[in-house]
Design a protein around this ligand. Structure first.
Ligand code: UN1
Length: 513
């Protein structure tokens, strides 16, 4: 395919790509195992990558530590200037990188481009932030004393990212971390290493042009073993991990055992509540995009629809008209709305979840088939499913990373719907559709949604970068991206300064030698 060949050439992807990069140098050519990366869209081999060894990992950490010594001394706005240039390079490469995201991961082109746009936006955000890493000043209880706090760079930040947002989530972490004066080591998902390599090429240009020390932005291509080394490694001040709750628990435990810092952004089980007062026309688009967009593979995907009984049949009927006509196909085809799942394991998880939920008493209303025939030869294309279910079903309590939408009926007032919505282990994103202020404010009140994200009259997915992103309970509690999420990438210091000639002690203590 000439289009893809051109994209690969533009982004510097070769047939066989090295295992790691310490910013300027690439390494790991010989004797390593390789992994072939096939597109979930058409099964074609895109390229292969070398997998890093523990020795490679060690080299990368050492390069990062060396670079930190220099980088932390660069004034924050100068660090921001480098990020500004990276943002501009991403603008130049948006089309190519968006296409590669789409082809390697399987999300539709518009979403691939949207993901690169998130990267550009977080660069802009980080540039502004580089002049705003503010701490407070406080009044001292002692005369001629001053107190203030400041934020200092933390050190080496490890970033473990997932296949579903192969580049955006990394950029939220990295761009903030580097303006904060940290250096980063990125372990992308082993399912989507090529977009990571493409990003590293883009960054490398900016590093060379600015004579930035090698090792400020590092990349390591590896499997769970490398993730585990990172989690246990005392040299990594903060590990930011995005992925399943199962993975996050392992990372959190390992980092916790050494009293390191972790930022966890794990599974969601996101619901939209449709009350009696919902504007259905508006809601439909949000529901369908939330449930089938990215083929149900966003951590913010809509998994449960909690509908007031008075609107239930109407909503169901509406959805059953839309679902059979969803354009499912190659993600680079501009008419497609639903691309493939990432791989066959994901297809198995999808079909097994549907079987299990039916055994529990759920009713499959539409979809659930694995598509075959022309254009669907990979076996990774599925028909998004809708299932009538109850919230307590085991499968409804789980996050299945696939397009399954559970319809759940509620009666009475909005508090009943909120109770259902909160009645899961995860707490990432939530939404209500209602034009009634009493209902929407109840949803947002402190006895309302227990999620990190709570939206009114928009869906659960598609959060903007300006807000803090993350969730509660088994979602892990971390916050990334906008607002004051930057603080986790820095260490905080309280300073008290005596500018008098006496030494009064705090708390009124009298002590003289
Ligand atoms: C994710 O799925 O890990 O809010 C991130 C959204 C996107 C980010 C999702 N901006 O849907």
């Amino acid at each position: 395919n000439a289009e893809i060949a051109d994209v690969l050439q533009q982004l510097g992807i070769k047939d066989s790509n090295p295992a790691y990069s310490t910013g300027l140098s690439w390494g790991g050519q010989d004797g390593r195992t390789t992994r072939s990366i096939h597109s979930p869209a058409d099964g074609n081999l895109i390229a292969s990558v070398q997998m890093a060894t523990p020795e490679d990992y060690d080299k990368v950490v050492q390069a990062a530590q060396e670079a930190f010594k220099v980088w932390r001394k660069v004034p924050a706005p100068k660090r921001g200037e480098v990020v500004r240039q990276i943002g501009n390079k991403l603008r130049e490469h948006k089309e190519a990188l968006g296409k590669l995201v789409s082809y390697e991961m399987g999300k539709i082109l518009q979403e691939g481009l949207g993901e690169v746009q998130e990267m550009i936006d977080i660069c802009d955000f980080a540039v502004g932030l580089s002049r705003q890493l503010h701490g407070f000043t406080m009044h001292s209880e002692r005369p001629e004393h001053r107190m203030y706090e400041q934020y200092h760079p933390l050190g080496v930040v490890g970033i473990i990212s997932a296949f579903n947002f192969p580049v955006a989530v990394w950029s939220w972490n990295t761009m903030l971390a580097v303006v904060c004066g940290d250096v980063t080591i990125w372990k992308p998902s082993e399912k989507t290493p090529l977009t990571a390599i493409a990003c590293q090429h883009i960054i490398r240009e900016a590093l060379m042009e600015n004579e930035i020390p090698e090792g400020v932005f590092n990349l390591i291509i590896g499997d769970a073993e490398i993730g585990s080394l990172m989690s246990h490694d005392k040299r990594i001040g903060l590990v930011s991990a995005t992925g399943s709750t199962r993975m996050g628990k392992k990372v959190g435990e390992a980092v916790g055992a050494r009293l390191g810092k972790s930022l966890l952004e794990l599974g969601g089980n996101n619901a939209i509540i449709l009350t009696e007062n919902a504007d259905l026309k508006m809601a439909m688009n949000a529901i369908v995009f939330g449930a089938v967009g990215t083929c149900g593979q966003r951590c913010t995907s809509t998994r449960r629809l909690i509908i007031h009984e008075s609107r239930y049949e109407q909503v169901k009927e509406h959805l059953l008209k839309i679902y059979p006509n969803l354009p499912i196909g190659h993600p680079l085809d501009s008419t497609t709305l639903v691309g493939p799942l990432i791989d066959k394991d994901a297809v198995t998880a999808f079909t097994e979840a549907l079987e299990k939920v039916q055994q529990e008493g759920g009713t499959l209303l539409t979809g659930g088939e694995v598509l075959s025939g022309e254009g669907y030869e990979t076996g990774t294309y599925v028909k998004p499913a809708i299932v009538e279910a109850e919230n307590h079903f085991e499968m409804v309590q789980e996050e299945t990373f696939a397009p399954i939408l559970y319809l759940i009926k509620y009666s009475g007032d909005v508090e009943n719907a909120i109770e259902i919505q909160n009645g899961v282990r995860q707490g990432l994103s939530s939404a209500i559709f209602s034009t009634n202020l009493l209902e929407t404010e109840t949803f947002l009140g402190h006895w309302g949604s227990d999620c990190g994200i709570a939206n009114v009259n928009i869906g659960t997915s598609g959060a903007e970068i300006g807000g803090a992103f993350g969730g509660e309970k088994e979602t892990g509690g971390g916050r990334e991206s906008g607002s004051d999420a930057w603080k986790v990438y820095m260490r905080r210091q309280t300073n008290t300064i005596n500018y008098g000639r006496e030494l009064p002690l705090a708390q009124g203590i009298q002590f003289k030698v």
